[in-house]
Every structure is written in structure tokens, then in C-alpha cells.
Ligand binder design. Structure first.
Ligand SMILES: [Zn+2]
Length: 258
């Protein structure tokens, strides 16, 4: 291969080109490494990157507005996504995205683009690359993380790294087993809510908008697995716990168990 040139491999796997009979070992091995639901059309090796042309495997996509499935392709466009490095080179997915027509007459969305788990809409990197770059940022910070990411063939700016961690989804907190509930004030003397605290981890879990039994009961109903509820002596809280977590032990103030 000449310096600076790009070497291409066309995938001839039956899944990609049903008219061809020969299976392509390259495609077969790549398929298992790519984000789920994608089919390889072509692989190109450039001096600084590996470019993989992919498209969605399925023939149907669901309208994001009305959820009705559609097979009617309206048009196609290309999304260029950064991906995890391949053999020390930048990974790039050239994803062919289809726009579908929504056939539901009552749906206001006439045309929609298919959504794929490989990447969120309107971003320029795969979900797995974003995850790797987040880890780098948490370890090294913004500017130092950008230098490290570039060295690891995942080039990105420091500003983008900081934005990635600001938008990172928070880990789901485990359901607490022992909680305390008590009132707290939105506005002293005028409006009160209820604070829920995980007493084993010693941290707040939620803030409820009022002190009503029904509100407390509904919250407990949505959080099964709570064994012990410490509360003050207010009758509303006792009623709420009885309705929302009838199997939980109620502890009224610090010393008394009812
Ligand atoms: Zn629709």
C-alpha cells in the first residue's frame, strides 16, 4: 500500500449482499465487535484511521412519536461517528441512516430517522467511545485527558470531555432498606414537604412535595424492598407507611418501635 493511500475491503457476507454466496471472514469477525444491530458494508484502512461503513440490520423502524413500525424508506444520509480505536488507529464508523415515512394518518411526524443503540441522535461519537472518553476525563481531567485521548487514538477537545461528564447519566441508586422520613420546609411556616433519607448510607433519597399520607404511601409503593421506616409520631406518616409498605417495621422516633 502506498503511503497516504486508503486500502478498502468490500464485505461480501450473505447478510450484507444476499446475491453473493461467498461468506466473508473479515465481515464475520468484525460483526461481533461492532455495536449491536449493525451490518458491515465496507472496511477502509487509512494511514491514521480505520473506516468501517455500516448500516442497520433490520428492515423496519418505529416512529419515535407514535411507535408504529414502518418499512417505507424515504431517503438515506450518512453519519460520521468516532468509534473506539482499531489497532492503534482512530476508529470511524460511516453509518448510513435511513429516513422512514410514518404511515399512521393521525401522526404529525411524516418522516423520521431510524434510531440505533450505537449512538444517540445528533452526536458525533458512538456511545461506547463516549463512555471510554468519560473514563479518561474522570481519571485525568479535561486538558490532560484530551492529550491522553489523542495519544490513544480517541482525539477530542478538553471542552468536549468536560461536556461529556456533565451529561453523563447518574448511576441508579440501590433501593434503600432502612429509611427515615421527616418533614422539612420549602418555606418556613407556610409550606412543608417530606424528606426521605437512606439511613444505612446516610444520604437523602428523595424530597416529596408535601406531608400527606397518600404521597408517602405512593412513594413507598414505588420503592419495594424497604424493611424499616423511622418516622416522627405524626399520624399521616404512619398511615402512609401502612398503605405503601405494610410489611415494613415502623420506628417512631429514635427509641420507640410500634
Ligand atoms: Zn408516527
Amino acid at each position: 500500500m502506498q503511503p497516504g493511500s486508503t486500502q478498502s475491503f468490500s464485505c461480501v457476507a450473505p447478510a450484507c449482499h444476499p446475491t453473493r454466496s461467498a461468506a466473508c471472514p473479515l465481515s464475520k469477525s468484525l460483526l461481533s465487535l461492532l455495536p449491536v444491530g449493525l451490518v458491515v458494508d465496507r472496511v477502509a484502512v487509512a494511514p491514521d484511521r480505520v473506516i468501517i461503513a455500516v448500516r442497520a440490520r433490520g428492515a423496519v423502524a418505529s416512529c419515535p412519536f407514535c411507535r408504529r413500525p414502518s418499512r417505507h424508506v424515504h431517503s438515506r444520509y450518512l453519519r460520521r461517528l468516532g468509534d473506539l480505536p482499531w489497532q492503534g488507529r482512530i476508529g470511524q464508523l460511516d453509518l448510513q441512516v435511513r429516513r422512514f415515512r410514518c404511515s399512521a394518518p393521525e401522526c404529525p411526524r411524516r418522516v423520521f430517522a431510524e434510531r440505533l443503540p450505537a449512538a444517540l441522535p445528533r452526536v458525533r461519537r458512538t456511545t461506547r467511545l463516549a463512555e471510554a472518553q468519560r473514563h479518561i476525563t474522570f481519571s485525568a481531567g479535561g486538558e490532560a485527558g484530551a492529550r491522553l485521548a489523542s495519544r490513544l487514538a480517541m482525539p477530542v477537545s478538553g471542552d468536549t470531555l468536560l461536556r461529556l461528564i456533565r451529561t453523563a447519566p447518574l448511576p441508579a441508586a440501590p433501593t434503600p432498606r432502612v429509611i427515615g422520613i421527616d418533614d422539612w420546609t420549602w418555606r418556613r411556616g407556610q409550606r412543608y414537604g417530606t424528606l426521605v433519607v437512606d439511613l444505612e448510607r446516610n444520604r437523602p433519597v428523595d424530597m416529596l412535595p408535601d406531608r400527606d399520607a397518600q404521597t408517602v404511601g405512593t412513594w413507598l409503593n414505588g420503592h419495594p424492598g424497604i424493611d424499616v421506616v423511622a418516622r416522627d409520631r405524626a399520624g399521616a406518616y404512619a398511615d402512609g407507611v401502612r398503605s405503601g409498605a405494610p410489611g415494613a417495621v415502623q420506628v417512631a422516633d429514635r427509641w420507640r418501635v410500634t
